[in-house]
Design a protein around this ligand. Sequence first.
Ligand code: COA
Length: 254
Amino acid sequence: MNDILIHIESGVMTITLNRLEKKNSITSAMYAAMAGAIGQADTDASVRAVVIQGHVSIFSAGNDLGDFLNAPHTTQDAPVHQFLHAISVFPKPLVAAVCGPAVGIGTTMLFHCDLVYAGDNAAFSMPFVNLGLCPEAASSLLAPQMMGYHRAAEALLLGEPFMAEAALELGLVNRIVVPTEANSLAQAQARKLAAKPMGPLVETKRLMKSGQASRVAQQMGEEALSFARMLREPAAREAFSAFMEKRKPDFSGL
Ligand code: COA
């Protein structure tokens, strides 16, 4: 089965995470497929907006933890970085529908979406420290900006999940609906955007983002270097092994 589904209709490209048996965790091949789709959406004039969605029960369990061990993101051109770069500079509207857990990059990619609709079962988390890692996707910059420093510290240092209501209050999501309606709401909003004049839409998005575009790119680069270093260090190796062995990690001495 294809782990990433791409569908174009009524000016909207829909990218669906479709690896349910592994909770929509994202492999390098999936990042590459999504980066390619976003690139196509950028250049294809018939695509006027993009929706990223998961399943009604789960958005994404984040990066595939086996991949972290086998295909670590040690280079700047790793598929994960291509994907993050693609969504961070994508000029057209990007809409997300999130139900169930959105772990790690499942949450951080939302900082680059223009509109986010959540099922009332959505649970957001950025447990990078718990995995012996640091934030990515410029979330170390964008989370404090959006949430305020102390709430970002709770989310990024403690790695505690927060639910849809909290995400709405923080400004990370636009609206909460019953989970079965999240994908269709995102689709309807994307189609509204696709019907608008492209020039003004793209220019408005550019203007909203231009103030800190270079800062975001710089932060992503800095995070990527730290992330790649930490992937090779004992805390991360212990965290990934513990996950695979279905036990609690032992960080004593680390
Ligand atoms: N990478 C690889 N495999 C993953 C995964 C991930 N990030 N998340 C889940 N899976 C796999 C599990 O290993 C399990 O595989 P198995 O059936 O072969 O044993 C399967 O998906 C189901 O996961 P399970 O944990 O049993 O589902 P759940 O409904 O109890 O919990 C989550 C769902 C998302 C809360 C939980 O899977 C989880 O916390 N995953 C890890 C999240 C994470 O740390 N991501 C990295 C962020 S940087």
